[in-house]
Design a protein. Structure first.
Ligand SMILES: [Zn+2]
Length: 305
């Protein structure tokens, strides 16, 4: 079994992860023709490096890059950014929701879908020796496509074989309960699963119900509502902590779009969570709570524990 945490530069000690954004995109190019995905394309190594430097300047130490197969990941670019900045980058394999699945997906057997991911985890991604430190599955808005169930099965089996932690795309926060039930049915302990975009549901009780199932959840759409300082998200985090779910909550910005990154002409950028948002959060939660969701929880989870 590979040793986790696994970064693009190899295994590191859990302690060296430090402040971790659990779901971001550094270099990404969605493989669809639709013009709207031009905004989701980040392809400037210098610009992204500047963003990562701004994160490091505020104390950030690790970024989890959640671009899976066929969403235009750039493994050599992640390695270059990590080497230039000294920031740990954890890269990902896996499949996105149906809209972004590779064109060959439907024609492959379950065994082949599994072997493609296992090969990434064992031997390296996209012709490099770089290994992923997390594996992704995704589902559509308000339903799960048959292909998405097949992807969940492949991801679950690679996790069971290798110990690699699982991080998911819940479209606008939906289908979290169904994802957890699917993973549990396949033999996965939900403590090794991190559900993405749960704040997008705008439903605190739903987030609590997910935590009751033993899974981890991501608040990762901060930075869109700057005029209210992300008031709802801050309230959601405070409520989850008050109800005793502090060990299952993670924080990130999922800023995989030019509009969110100053180096590409957008706002607020990678430093936002550690500056303005942190300031707003510390009116509701303690510094040790903030450390819990940005340091301790990612350290445990990405170590495979
Ligand atoms: Zn994302």
């Amino acid at each position: 079994m590979k040793k986790y945490p696994m970064t693009v530069q190899g295994t590191v000690t859990p302690e060296s992860l430090g402040i971790t954004y659990a779901h971001e995109h550094l270099l990404v190019k969605p493989q669809l023709q639709d013009a709207k995905y031009a905004a989701y394309t980040l392809d400037n190594l210098e610009a992204t490096t500047a963003e990562v430097q701004s994160f490091k300047a505020e104390g950030g130490q690790t970024i989890v890059e959640m671009t899976p197969l066929h969403y235009g990941r750039n493994i050599k670019g992640y390695l270059a950014i990590s080497e230039r900045t000294g920031v740990n980058v954890i890269a990902c394999t896996g499949y996105h929701k149906k809209l972004f699945m590779p064109p060959w997906f439907a024609n492959e057997s379950n065994q082949t879908l599994y072997e493609i991911l296992l090969n990434d985890v064992r031997n390296g991604m996209d012709g490099t020796a770089v290994l992923p430190g997390v594996i992704k599955a995704g589902t559509s808005l308000n339903h799960i496509e048959p292909e998405e169930y097949r992807a969940i099965e492949a991801v679950a089996n690679v996790h069971l074989e290798t110990g690699i932690p699982i991080s998911t795309h819940c479209d606008r926060g939906t289908m979290g309960i169904e994802q957890v039930h699917a993973f549990i049915a396949l033999g996965v302990d939900p403590k090794h699963v991190l559900l993405g975009h749960i704040d997008s549901s705008l439903d605190i009780d739903y987030a609590c119900r997910l935590c009751d199932l033993g899974v981890n959840i991501l608040i990762d759409h901060v930075g869109r509502e700057l005029d209210t300082h992300d008031a709802f998200r801050a309230e959601m985090i405070a409520a989850l902590l008050a109800r005793g779910y502090g060990k299952q909550v993670f924080l990130s910005g999922d800023m995989g779009k030019k509009d969110y990154l100053p180096a590409y002409g957008g706002t607020p950028g990678f430093q936002y969570i550690l500056t303005d948002l942190k300031k707003a959060l510390l009116e509701k939660i303690s510094q040790s709570d903030f450390d819990q969701i940005t340091v301790q929880n990612p350290r445990r989870f990405f170590s495979g524990k």
